[in-house]
Structures are given as structure tokens and as C-alpha cells.
Design a protein around this ligand. Structure first.
Ligand code: FAD
Length: 455
């Protein structure tokens, strides 16, 4: 029996793609979707910050389009950066037009200097080069000073010298000189970045996507938190007392949480997993009694006078997410996992930041406000991760534990990737004969005799 832990997109996709193999899907929450859940408050539908679909793989795109047939809408991105009291288009490196002339000049000269610097020609291993060095080498001092460093330090909550650059290739586009010059002069020739357009459900928020998997799946055991794994005996114990014997364990929970729950892993692996770092995010959702607070989809903020790094306007891409005549916003604030701010204080900071940015007026009426803490939001790519993660995942796999998904693989990946990882793993398990050769696993309650396979 294949035990799948976590009914986010990675777990759902694994179950969806298993062809006849006996599996059980366990989820600690009362519903499926993980980070892709949506919720309703006083007529507004909120996601856990923005969750927009962009695809690089035709197979996943057509799977999602099939699951959400005629329910997806395409939007051309309207994303901006607000700095120096000016809106410029995202990404910064090819859109400096409109900023104060001395800022544009510093950005241009700095970029040109990167093209002639000797170190630029050397190939540096990305897991050894710091993110800060990558920015300076590839974008130059001006762009580093005026956007990349302040934005990323606000986002990551650590010095960029501590981060490696092995994650940047698809998220931070490296332009050529012509693009940078065009961007400084306001000439537009092409779209940049990984998401120049995106898809989003017309109704119901992003939760429409995980929900679309459910009719094809067996029953999910909700409210079952994995608390212990004996990897040698292949036995998983859940908080409700369920004890499950498995052949393979597919875990989509954060890998440090998984390793902490494994009772028989060597101490060095446990310490390695405990040292993996991430940043947490306050997801602040607001419903406001004024129409069209902004004409944009989302805005990045690099300057310290704004406590948030991004604010988005979901009703600009799905008007059904709130009542007519209103607007909704999601606002994202990074924080270190060990640091906590009371929700009332978070809201106070958000309100005053939005007023300073001219998005809120002092008399704007907030109808609904909700603050949620996403404990595991963005994984920190640092030297420790580069050093320990491959061995950690390999050892788990050797023990028939497949740790997948954004936090299972401890990486910076998208909804598409979570679905893809579930699909690829299921195909592997299908091929390895799990579809037919294994008896359904035993499930029992702690302290009771083995009884039933039902989750
Ligand atoms: C702020 C933010 C914005 C994002 N925006 C986008 C975007 O615009 N576009 C995009 O493509 N991607 C976006 N992502 C990434 C996207 O959310 C993830 O890639 C995807 O949801 C990961 O799915 P998953 O199944 O790997 O993990 P998760 O969604 O985290 O699922 C893991 C599941 O495991 C469950 N679980 C945890 N512990 C246990 C336990 N002990 N026992 C049982 N169950 C457990 C959880 O409840 C959860 O349901 C964003 C992420 C964040 C943080």
C-alpha cells in the first residue's frame, strides 16, 4: 500500500496518477488543497495570497485545462514596482524608464560595467556563488542598490550574502544590453519574466484547482496528522491513533517536519534537516468598500517604508471574488519563522503602508481583514541546503520514502511543479509494479487489534 501524506497539489496529483495501486491519502487539515485553498468571509473569497497559474509544460497545462474545462481565464500580467514614488513595470531590470534620471543612469552604467568585468566571463558554480554576488555580477551595482538588494533583503529576511544563486535562473531574468537600454528609454519589444500572462479560475478562487482532482480520488482521511514514522518497519502513526503499515510512503509535508517525525534516522541526518531554513509570510487579506483601488494586478515594494513586499488586487483578474462596488487585496509580509507580530499590529502596519503608497485613502472602510501566518513559505537556498539536501532525500528514498512537493523537496517551485512531481512519481510507482503486486496495507488504531484498511 502506498501511503500519501498531505493533500496539497503534490499529494493529490500523486493519487490521481496512480493506476489502480492501493493507496491511502492522509491530510491533517479538514480539507484538501494545502497552500492552494481559498476561503470565504462576508462575501469575499480569498486565497492564501496570490496563486496564479503559469505553465512551462504542455502536459501539465492540458491536464489543468481539462480538470477546469471552461473555468479558466487568461490574463496579460499587469505587475508593477512602486519605488521612488513612481510605478514602473516588472521586472525592474528592463523597465527603469520613468525613474529619476540619476537612478536610471546608475542602473545603466552598472549593467554595462558587468559586461566588461573579468569575473563576468568566469563560470561560477551557482550553489557556491552568493545571491548578492550574482546580482552584482549579472545586473550591476545600480540595479542592486535601487531594487534588487533592498527588495530581496525584505523578502528573504537575511543578508543576500547568506543565500546561494542556484534558484535564480528562471525567477530572475537576465536581460541583454539591448533590453536594458530599451527599458531605460521606454521602448517595449517583448515580455519578460516567467509569467507574462497567467491563468486563473473565473469563479471560486484557486481552490477550484485542488477541488477538481477530488472526484477521481478515493476517500481522503482528513484530520489525520502524521506524527511518527518507523522507517525500518515501514509504519506510520497518525495523531488520531491510526497506525498504518505501508510499502511506500509519499510525503509532501515539509522535509524537516518529516525527518523530525522519523524515529530511526541517524542523528546526523536529523541535525542536517533541522538546519534547513525558510522564511514565513503573513498573508493579509482585505475587503474594502471602494471599487478598483488600483488598475494593476499586483505591485512589488522594495523600500523599507512599506512593510510588505507585494500587494495584489484579485478582483482585477476575477471580479467574482468580492461583492460589486468593493475591492479585495492580498498583502504579503515576510518574517523570520521565530519572530511573531500580533495580527492587529500587522494590520496597522499594512494600513499605514498602503496609505503612504497612495493606494488607501484615510477614509477607506475596511470591511473584512484576515491575517494568516504561512509558516513554511519560501525555502532559503543557502550553502547548508546545497550540502545536505541531496543526501537527505537520497537516504529517505533508500528507505522507500519519497519526499516530494515544494516543501518535500525543499525548493522554490510552483503549483505546476507540484502537480508534475506527483505525476512523475506515480508513473514511476506504476511502472515498478505497485499497481498490482502489493496487498492493501494494514491500518489499525493504537492499542487495538488490526482491523480495517479504511482511512
Ligand atoms: C505566498 C505564496 C505564494 C505563491 N504563489 C504561487 C503562484 O502564484 N503560482 C504558483 O504556481 N505557485 C505559487 N506558490 C507555490 C504553491 O503554493 C506551491 O508550489 C504548491 O501549492 C505546493 O503544493 P504541495 O502539495 O507541494 O505543498 P502544500 O500545499 O504545502 O501541501 C502539503 C499538505 O500537507 C499537509 N500536511 C502538512 N503536515 C502534515 C502532517 N504532519 N500530516 C498530514 N498532513 C500534513 C498540509 O496540510 C498540506 O495540505 C506560492 C506559494 C506561496 C507560499
Amino acid at each position: 500500500m502506498i501511503a500519501i501524506v498531505g493533500a496539497g497539489l503534490a499529494g493529490l496529483s500523486t493519487a490521481f496518477h496512480l493506476k489502480g495501486a492501493p493507496y491511502r491519502l492522509f491530510e491533517k487539515e479538514k480539507e484538501a488543497g494545502g497552500l492552494c485553498r481559498s476561503y470565504q468571509m462576508d462575501g469575499f473569497t480569498f486565497d492564501l495570497t496570490g496563486h496564479l497559474l503559469h505553465f512551462r509544460q504542455a502536459a501539465i497545462k492540458s491536464l489543468v485545462e481539462g480538470l477546469l474545462a471552461r473555468r479558466l481565464e487568461r490574463h496579460v500580467r499587469r505587475s508593477f514596482i512602486y519605488s521612488h514614488r513612481t510605478y514602473t513595470e516588472y521586472p525592474f531590470q528592463v523597465n527603469t524608464y520613468g525613474l529619476p534620471p540619476d537612478v536610471v543612469r546608475e542602473c545603466l552604467l552598472g549593467f554595462i560595467a558587468t559586461l566588461t568585468k573579468p569575473s563576468h566571463k568566469e563560470q561560477v558554480q551557482p550553489e557556491l556563488q552568493s545571491f548578492k554576488a550574482w546580482i552584482l555580477d549579472n545586473l550591476g551595482e545600480g540595479m542592486a542598490k535601487h531594487f534588487m538588494v533592498p527588495f530581496n533583503e525584505k523578502f528573504w529576511q537575511v543578508s543576500l550574502d547568506e543565500l546561494t544563486s542556484d534558484w535564480v535562473s528562471w525567477l530572475v531574468p537576465k536581460p541583454d544590453l539591448k533590453d536594458v537600454v530599451n527599458g531605460a528609454l521606454g521602448i517595449k519589444e517583448k515580455a519578460f519574466g516567467y509569467n507574462p500572462s497567467f491563468l486563473y479560475p473565473a469563479q471560486g478562487g484557486i481552490e477550484a484547482l485542488p477541488k477538481a482532482f477530488l472526484p477521481s480520488l478515493r476517500e481522503i482521511a482528513y484530520g489525520t496528522e502524521l506524527i511518527e514514522v518507523e522507517t525500518g518497519r515501514k509504519r506510520a502513526t497518525f495523531a488520531d491513533g491510526r497506525v498504518v503499515d505501508y510499502d511506500r510512503l509519499v510525503s509532501t509535508i515539509p522535509v524537516p517536519e518529516l525527518v523530525r517525525r522519523c524515529t530511526d534516522l541517524p542523528q546526523d541526518l536529523r541535525e542536517a534537516a533541522a538546519g534547513l531554513r525558510c522564511v514565513s509570510v503573513y498573508s493579509v487579506n482585505l475587503g474594502v468598500s471602494r471599487e478598483r483601488l488600483s488598475d494593476k494586478h499586483w505591485i512589488y515594494f522594495s523600500e523599507p517604508e512599506y512593510p510588505f513586499y507585494r500587494a495584489g488586487f484579485p478582483m482585477n483578474f476575477s471580479p467574482a471574488l468580492g461583492p460589486p462596488g468593493c475591492s479585495s487585496l492580498y498583502v504579503e509580509i515576510s518574517h523570520r519563522p521565530e519572530e511573531a507580530t500580533q495580527p492587529a499590529e500587522v494590520l496597522r502596519q499594512v494600513r499605514s503602508g498602503l496609505e503612504r503608497a497612495g493606494i488607501f485613502r484615510p477614509d477607506d472602510d475596511i470591511l473584512v481583514a484576515d491575517v494568516r501566518d504561512i509558516r513554511y513559505a519560501y525555502v532559503l537556498f543557502d550553502k547548508h541546503r546545497a550540502k545536505v539536501l541531496p543526501a537527505l532525500l537520497a537516504e529517505l528514498k533508500r528507505r522507500d520514502i519519497h519526499s516530494i512537493g515544494r516543501y518535500g523537496r525543499w525548493e522554490h517551485t510552483s503549483m505546476e511543479d507540484a502537480i508534475d512531481q506527483g505525476r512523475k512519481l506515480a508513473e514511476l510507482l506504476n511502472q515498478s509494479g505497485h499497481a498490482t503486486s502489493h496487498a492493501p496495507g494494514r491500518t489499525r488504531r493504537r492499542g487495538r487489534t488490526p482491523a480495517t484498511n479504511q482511512p
